[in-house]
Design a protein around this ligand. Structure first.
Ligand code: NAD
Length: 424
């Protein structure tokens, strides 16, 4: 048993969705909750000092009823140890299944990783490469362009994706196989627009939410928690839609900018000074004050577990777009729903990333590459439809958007499962 088991939470969400959909069959519920396969591997690596170190890696393949498994590979060492990590990748693979289903891309859910922290441990580039290639070798039998397509995640980048692709190609008789993995550098078959995908996708979902609330984005006030990839691009694209950023934060603190400021100007300040704090015309405020600023759109785009019941009671926004994964605690959801704040849940708001990963895979498989706008426009169609479908579900079943998005996803997977039937 692991403490605070994330897979218990993932299972509960599946059961809640089944309740909404009237799915009573226990076996079907278990089928939907449990991963199809969890592979745990031992990876021996020759370290620079000549000694062997054994690492542990995982790949969880949750569901492939709608298409090959898809999901990141993280290099991380959660506090609960390797046993916790196994449960974590199982939960994360489940969320990938639902995320792909909401935006209706023909992929299932996977997740994996190695229990290692390249940021805090002394591990050389050579050791890391041998580890990555060793891991790719160990999971090579279960991944492939038509089987399971990994991607970057916590502390893995295009460099590791390239090494995995290269190892896989070599193991398969040197067949060029860019479609085995996404998140590759452009020169290795990566897709244009992948770098902005998550923020751009979040901005599209906000635009749709504003439409249903009849809220004009012209002059709409935006608060961004976090100032990294997901949040800054969300801010920049919302700016392009007419909105104005009036508060931001990073790991060094939060600031209020009552008159508003351009994201590019705040970025330039952060680049020079190392933080958003001290931006001209701003006042330093607490995290709680940032999250409860009176605004139209709040984008929690940094960390998990940020909005608890106390903060939820004091929220003064109209839309929350969860660019980060898991920023809202379950205790806060009913309070936010009662306050009629429209939450765009993480599995929808930040799905622009997986949409463009999917488009990278499509381009790799056909060997033909689209322009930035072509990729962005295709993603826009999927994510906008995902929003509309989830919103309809929330109205139909009178539930919040988080529950509605999950119910929508589960219904789509059940439909595919029923079409296929069971073999043998
Ligand atoms: P990032 O590393 O680019 O940015 C994270 C930001 O959070 C940084 O600006 C950092 O300063 C800030 N931060 C750290 N601690 C903070 C604190 N205590 N208070 C306020 N800000 C703090 O990461 P990212 O890729 O933008 O990811 C952010 C979130 O979005 C994560 O939850 C991630 O899982 C999720 N997400 C990202 C993508 C993607 O494609 N980038 C896709 C899906 C989900």
């Amino acid at each position: 048993m692991v403490k605070n088991d994330p897979f218990v939470n993932a299972t509960k969400q599946v059961n809640d969705a089944c309740d909404i959909l009237g799915i009573k069959d226990k076996e079907l519920r278990e089928y939907l909750a449990m991963p199809n396969k969890v592979l745990r591997v031992k990876i021996p690596v020759k370290m620079d000092n000549g000694k062997i170190r054994i690492f542990t890696g995982f790949r969880s393949q949750h569901n492939n009823d709608r298409g090959p498994y898809k999901g990141g590979i993280r290099y991380f060492n959660p506090e609960g140890g390797v046993e916790y990590m196994e449960r974590e990748v199982m939960a994360l693979s489940s969320w990938m299944t639902w995320k792909c289903a909401i935006v209706d891309i023909p992929l299932g859910g996977g997740k994996g990783g190695i229990y290692v922290n390249p940021k805090t441990e002394k591990i050389s580039d050579g050791e890391l490469e041998r580890l990555t290639r060793g891991f790719a070798y160990k999971i090579s039998e279960i991944i492939g362009p038509g089987k399971d397509i990994p991607a970057p995640d916590v502390y893995t980048t295009g460099r590791e994706m390239t090494q995995i692709m290269d190892t896989f190609s070599k193991l398969n008789g040197n067949v060029y196989s860019p479609g085995v993995i996404t998140g590759k550098p452009i020169s290795m078959g990566g897709s244009l627009a992948r770098n902005v995908a998550t923020g751009l996708g979040a901005a599209y979902t906000v635009r749709e939410a504003a439409k249903v609330l009849k809220l004009s984005l012209k002059g709409a006030k935006v608060v961004l928690q976090g100032f990294g990839n997901a949040s800054t691009f969300a801010g920049e694209y919302l700016e392009k839609m007419g909105a104005k950023v009036i508060g931001v934060s990073d790991s060094k603190g939060s600031i209020s900018i009552p008159k508003g400021a351009k994201v590019s100007a705040i970025l330039a300040h952060k680049e020079k000074k190392g933080s958003v704090v001290g931006f001209p015309g701003s006042t330093k405020i607490s995290t709680e004050a940032l999250l409860t600023t009176k605004c139209d759109i709040l984008v929690p785009g940094a960390l998990e577990n940020q909005i608890d019941a106390k903060i939820a009671k004091n929220l003064k926004c109209k839309i929350i777009a969860e660019a980060a994964n898991g920023p809202t605690l379950p205790e806060a959801d009913p309070i936010i729903y009662q306050k009629k704040i429209l939450v765009i849940p993480d599995i929808l708001a930040n799905s622009g990333g997986v949409c463009i990963s999917y488009l990278e895979w499509v381009q790799n498989n056909m060997g033909y590459y689209w322009t930035f706008d072509e990729v962005a426009n295709k993603m826009e169609k999927n994510i906008t439809k995902g929003f509309k479908d989830a919103y309809e579900m929330s109205k139909k079943h009178k539930v919040d958007m988080r529950k509605a998005a999950m119910a929508l996803a589960v219904s789509r997977v059940v439909e595919a499962f029923n079409q296929k039937g069971i073999w043998p």
